[in-house]
Structure formats: structure tokens, C-alpha cells
Write a protein that binds this ligand. Sequence first.
Ligand SMILES: [Zn+2]
Length: 300
Amino acid sequence: MKRRVFLKRTGMAAAILASMPPELSGCRGGGKRKLMLMRYDTEWWGPPSAMKGFLEKLVEVHRKDQIPVTLFCKGATLEAMESEFRAFSREVKGDPLFDLQDHSYSHIGLGYEKGKPVHVLEADYRRSFLAHERILGERPVGIARCGTSDDGPALTGFDATGKSREEFEMVVGLGTRMIDSFLTGVDGSREFIDYGRLGHPEVMGFISGYSDTAWMARGESGDPVEYMLNEIRARADRQEHMPVMFHDWVAWQKAPDQELSHVRKIAETGREKGYELSTHLACYHDRKLWQDPLDDKLAS
Ligand SMILES: [Zn+2]
């Protein structure tokens, strides 16, 4: 898309949204509906025995409390625990509470200053998608970007450099239709977006944040559960969406118990504060939540 066209579009969109009453402008930037999006980045790299019982407990707890959840699974983890994930996918198939998406094959980084060459990234994602198809029986349409320590600083968004634009184009070419909200000037922990700015209004950007590696594994904010419940209350009072990022290994190996009691408390408090709990895929199907109404009209 030409820059002039983009500026014209975003300018018009901003003007129209600003003139709308809040109930019509919907959730973009925080309307009346508040979404809580819970996910597990599923990436355990050690012996499968260290995660024994986790997937069974996850199914039990999320069904008992009716907590929708998305698992962003690393291809290498699926392969290392193939029989466990085959059983899990048979168990949850067709159950809308469980959404299974991707987290790269080897935990490779997208959107970093240095990063790997695009063809290396592409090979990694292709390998992961194949593992999903083979073991879970379905090709993913969503990716949660991986945090890495060896790729240099993270960029401000996929729009930041020519290479990061290529990376975005590559994952869209593989069939990705939802990925973290990652554009310069966008608050990725609060805003659902569409990627019209990069010529892909059909791709959803989802909210992401509150990784349990910080508040649970490293205990950076005092009592982990109290901290999270306070954050939920504060965000709810400001009418903001709430992302929660668990990890398989943190929830199972670093939590106070193996009953996922912290997950249950977080969901319960979210509901008390008026949050609608959802999977990422359900958000994707709810176009009003993330698609700029002008992207449809101007595209035609
Ligand atoms: Zn990860």
C-alpha cells in the first residue's frame, strides 16, 4: 500500500472513530466489552516426565470452570511429547474451550533487530506447522511471537524495518491470520488491531502481556496471585482488555500447587469484574472486535 493512501485511510478512520459514541466504536481501545484472553505458551524443552499430568489437569480444570484457553504450541514440544499431545488433541477435539495454535518450531524470534534470516524463520515455521498437522490433525492459523535473548533488541513492530515487514509477509503467506498486536505506536497489551497498515486487514492482532515467567517464575512483583488479581481489578476499572500469558512449564513446575489454582482464581476474578473470557480463535471470528470498519469499505 502506498504511504499516501495509508495516511488517508488511517486519518479518516481516526476521525470517524473519534466522532462515534463509545458504544458504537466498540472495543478498539477499550469500549464496554472487556475481553480476558488466557493462553499457555506450550514450549517445554526438557524431559517429558517433568510435565507428566499437566495436560490432563489442564483439561480437567478448564472444563470444570469453563475457562476458554489457547495453547500456543512449539513444534519441537509436540514432537518430544507426541503421544501425550495426540491423546490431548483427541480429548479436546471439537470443544470450543480449547484453541490450539503455534509458537514456532524451535522458539525462534520474529520482530527483532538482529534476528535470523527470513528463509531460516520460514523453514522453522513450516516445520512447526507440519508437526501440528501430523500430531494435532490441524494446521494452525495463529502464532504467538517468541521472546528470545540472542536476537538483539525487539523492534517496535512489524512495520519497523524492511526485514520485519518481510517476516510478517512470510507468516501471512503460510496462512497465519492472527498474531500479537505488533505495530509501532500500538499498545500490544491493550489493543486488538487489524493489520491493514501492512496491507493485510484480514489478519488480527491480539493483546499479549503479563507473562508468568515474570510474575510467577521470577516472582518480580511480590505475591504472584495477589499481583495478578490487583492488575485485573485495575484494568477492569479502566475498561481495558486483559491478556494473561501462562507457560506450560511455569504453571506446572513453578506454581504453588499442581491444581492450577492460580489459573482458576484469575479466571474467577476476571468474571467478577465483568470480563468476557475467550479463546484467540473466538476473537478472530468476532470481526467487530478487531477489524477497522473502514478497511472493509475502503477495500471494496
Ligand atoms: Zn515462548
